[in-house]
Design a binder for this molecule. Sequence first.
Ligand code: CA
Length: 231
Amino acid sequence: MKVLLVEDEPSIADNITYTLGTDGFECTWVATGSDAREEVAKGGIDLIVLDVGLPDCSGFDLCSEIRRDLDTPIIFLTARADEIDRVVGLEIGGDDYMVKPFSPRELSARVRAILRRTRGSSGGNGAKEEPDQASPVFQIDEGRCLIRYHGADLNLSRYEYRLLCVFIRKPGWVFSRDKLMELVWDEPEASMDRTVDAHIKSLRAKLRAVKSDVDPIKTHRGMGYALKENL
Ligand code: CA
């Protein structure tokens, strides 16, 4: 399995390259966006670990560029907490993110998990296939800020829409109330926890109105909420 690491800080890059290497990955390291483009053009890369702050471009722009042709999984590395909501909003097209400082072991575990998940579904050549739908029952129409559920347009408030987008893009992931607050609300500090609960409740009601026998959102007691897998 070939991993392309795009990271301009040599000490971080050394650490990651070493750890991925001991875990059996073949890791190629480049320090700039332009070198990354060259490597990507050569092909054969199974996953990209991409620093957001590169000397010659932003990791976000590079990701969008790569996404035009390829859906090779991308894990972002970011040093700034305020970038996380952009990363996790995943409008950029990333698959996961790590906030520096992080443990290279954990990164390696994420790399393995993502590859396990994606290798099964796409032929493995990274070529872009039909719209990559995280869930067969939901369709996100980003241009219209609209979500379809079992073919029916949901009439969602802004926060309900954002909440559901977060879930749909990461089926099975458990998001704590704090995390959802941070990802979805404009002024998280101004609101209280139960705002999340209230929106989940109204969201569930709207989903139930379409299909009454299924509750796609699972409550994990004491932890948060997740979209059920295999809907
Ligand atoms: Ca950097």
